[in-house]
Write a protein that binds this ligand. Sequence first.
Ligand code: FAD
Length: 338
Amino acid sequence: MNESRDVWVFVEQEAGELAEVSLELLSKGRELADRLGGQMSALLFGYGIAHLAEDVIHHGADTVLLADHPELAPYRSSPYARVAIDLARDRRPYIFLLGATPTGRDLAPRIASALRAGLTADCTDLQLGEYRKRDRVYHDLLLQIRPAFGGNVIATIVNPELHPQLATVREGVMRSGLPDPQRTGRVETIAPQFRGRDLDLQVLKREVFPLCCDLKGASIVVAGGAGVGSKENFQLIFDLAETLGGQVGATRAAVDAGYVSHEHQVGQTGVTVRPRLYIACGISGTVQHRAGMDQSSKIVAINDDPAAPIFQIAHYRIVGDLKEVIPMMIRAYRDCAR
Ligand code: FAD
């Protein structure tokens, strides 16, 4: 049986809104499907979510596989996995993408295991390319790119035979395209066939906490590192961010030291940000932190060590104690704004 060239994207939604990472994946999935000459299908599961299908098509899907069922809200691993596995077994997509979110990280391994397929978690880039193994050449394989060995190498992982080529992709690393309201597509309603113990787990109570910050969408990020020195000093980072109308980022060292909560962490195991301006205060600039910074941002670094690696990528370098520099910056900005 000939394999399809189709790309699938699992679309996440919460409270009637499509997740940003799903919009990013729809954009990437569209690009891959066009290059492969295949179709892109989006899997949209939940209850009372049929109205979102049109939006998914506007973001690039040819077909929406819509499973709108009371047992699919809120998210539970087994019913979601059942529907996704049944569909994938039947239709054999070539590529299957999910967000590297708590939901995607829960669902993807279940699908991969049931289909005996390979899975690469937490990709930061996806390309199509060739792979040679002895005398065999595989064309148009998904090159699944992600940091490995603690972020010290960027690995390209291929899955030549055990398809679909399943990958989860980090939030914020792909760009989401603008919706095209003229775009048309097909909505196919799926009737889930739950079996066995699929519905055993019941959700008795659910609490949704609002996000403390919108780092991913911020145009200015002021980030603090271990060099800030204390939780009290970290108020300086909040003050500068507030003065400039930006959001607060942090390194893992600052989070681990308890200066600020994990939601602020930028980097390989934190958020990926794409601001126009990134102000790095007391940050050495390790590869794991830089993994969350966009190369196109203008970077200002404040560090008291002139040899700090962050200065190698900074556009503006301020050598000095951040406890003196930041109050000066705030004063200067307020004077100018007056
Ligand atoms: P440091 O490296 O200690 O640097 C502090 C800097 O502050 C120094 O350059 C110092 O000169 C400067 N400084 C000190 N005092 C002052 C002052 N008064 N004024 C100005 N400058 C001063 N890290 C992340 O950030 N994000 C991640 O997502 C992440 N993921 C990781 C994943 C893995 C698998 C691993 C192994 C590590 C990860 N890390 C991550 C940790 C990372 O390796 C570094 O430990 C961390 O980024 C260092 O943070 P830092 O720059 O704040 O601290």
